[in-house]
Design a protein around this ligand. Structure first.
Ligand code: HPA
Ligand code: ZN
Length: 340
C-alpha cells in the first residue's frame, strides 16, 4: 500500500487508546506557555532546543526529562489544559475511547495537592466526553522507584475521588523495582474496587510479567514485550485473553528494540495474543495513535485484516461495557468492510 493510502486507512479506523501517560502528552509548545504563566524558567531557551534533548538511550534517561517537564504543572488549569490538548489531538485522529494514566506522586511530591491534579484532569475528560464524544477511564499509577509505603499514601489520597478513578497502574523505572515490591498496596487497591494493571517486561525480564500476573493480579500488562521469551507465559496470555498494551514508537525511542522492523507485535498477533497498539508518551516519542499504527504497519507490512484485528483488540481489552465494546467493534468491522 502507498503511504498516503495507508495513512488514510489508519485515520479512518475508530481507535481506542489504553496506554497513555497524560504527563507524556505534554508538548513543548504548551510546556513553554504554562512555564511562562507560572513564572518558571525552563533549562532550555527555546522549543527547538528542548525538542533536541529528546534523544534517549533507555527508559531512565527519558524519565529524567519527563519528570522535569512535569514540574511546570502547578494549577488545576495546567492539568486541565494538558488533558484537553491531548483529547483534541486524538479526536482529530478518530480516537473514540481513552484509558489515561496519571502519576499523582510526580506532583504531590512537589507540594501540588492531589485534588488540584485530579480536578483538572477530570474536568477535561468530562468535557471531552460531552463535546468530543470520547469515552474515558482514568488510571492512577504508582511510581515504582518509590516505596510501597508512599504508594499507600497515594491510595489513601485517592479515596475521596474513588468514583473518578477506574484503575491502578505501576510505572517508572522498571529494572530493580519488581512488581513483588507492591503486592500489599495492589491488594488494598483491589479491595477498594480499583482494577489493576502494571508495566512489565518493557526493560525488565519476563519474571516481572509473571509477578504482575501472579502476585499483583493485574488484568492487563502494559508493554509486555519480553513475553515471547517464555512459551508457557505466551500460552497463559492466550488462554486467559490477557491484553498487552504495546507502544511501538516508545520501544524504538527507548531502545527496547533496535528498529521498528524488530517489533514483536506481528508475532504476537500470529500467536493469538490480545496485542494492542498505543502511544505511551506521544510528545516525547514522535507520535500519537495514528503515527504508531502507521510506523508499525509500514515496518511490518501489516495488511488491513491485521490492522482491523489490532483495532478490535483494543476495544476488547478496554474497560468499556460489553454493549459499548460490541458497538465499537461493529463500527470497526463496518469501516473495514467499506474499504473492500
Ligand atoms: N515506562 C515506564 N514508566 C513510564 C513510561 C514508560 O514507558 N512512561 C511514563 N512513565
Ligand atoms: Zn507507559
Amino acid at each position: 500500500m502507498q503511504s498516503t493510502e495507508l495513512k488514510k486507512v489508519i485515520q479512518g479506523i475508530p481507535k481506542a487508546e489504553l496506554h497513555l501517560h497524560i504527563e507524556g502528552s505534554f508538548e513543548p509548545e504548551l510546556m513553554f506557555k504554562i512555564a511562562k504563566r507560572n513564572n518558571i524558567v525552563l533549562d532550555y531557551d527555546s522549543i527547538d532546543s528542548l525538542k533536541k534533548a529528546y534523544k534517549f538511550n533507555n527508559l531512565q534517561e527519558f524519565l529524567d526529562l519527563y519528570y522535569t517537564g512535569a514540574q511546570v504543572l502547578i494549577h488545576e488549569q495546567d492539568f486541565y489544559d494538558l488533558t484537553w490538548a491531548y483529547l483534541t489531538k486524538v479526536h482529530s485522529q478518530n480516537v473514540v475511547h481513552v484509558e489515561v494514566f496519571f502519576d499523582p506522586q510526580t506532583h504531590t511530591d512537589r507540594g501540588v495537592p492531589f485534588d488540584v491534579v485530579i480536578n483538572g484532569i477530570h474536568k477535561a475528560l468530562e468535557k471531552g466526553e460531552r463535546e468530543l464524544h470520547i469515552s474515558y477511564k482514568l488510571i492512577m499509577s504508582y511510581l515504582r522507584h518509590l516505596s510501597e509505603a508512599e504508594a499507600f499514601k497515594t491510595l489513601e489520597s485517592s479515596l475521596p475521588y474513588k468514583d473518578w478513578i477506574d484503575g491502578i497502574g505501576l510505572d517508572s523505572s522498571e529494572l530493580g523495582n519488581p512488581p513483588s515490591k507492591f503486592v500489599n498496596v495492589f491488594e488494598a487497591s483491589a479491595a477498594h474496587g480499583y482494577k489493576l494493571v502494571a508495566h512489565a517486561g518493557e526493560e525488565g525480564p519476563v519474571d516481572y510479567i509473571w509477578e504482575a500476573l501472579d502476585l499483583l493480579n493485574v488484568v492487563r500488562i502494559d508493554h509486555g514485550n519480553r513475553c515471547l521469551d517464555d512459551e508457557v507465559l505466551v500460552q497463559r496470555l492466550i488462554d486467559e485473553k490477557i491484553p498487552l498494551t504495546l507502544c511501538p514508537q516508545s520501544n524504538v525511542a527507548l531502545n527496547v528494540i533496535d528498529k521498528m522492523e524488530d517489533h514483536p507485535v506481528l508475532k504476537m498477533l500470529d500467536k493469538g495474543i490480545l496485542a494492542t497498539i498505543h502511544s505511551d508518551d506521544p510528545a516525547y516519542f514522535g507520535g500519537y495513535m495514528n503515527e504508531n499504527y502507521y510506523e508499525t504497519a509500514k515496518a511490518l507490512h501489516l495488511n488491513n485484516s491485521q490492522l482491523q484485528q489490532l483495532a478490535i483488540n483494543a476495544f476488547e481489552a478496554s474497560w468499556l461495557t460489553r454493549e459499548a465494546k460490541a458497538k465499537h467493534i461493529a463500527q470497526v468491522n463496518s469501516y473495514f468492510n467499506s474499504l473492500d
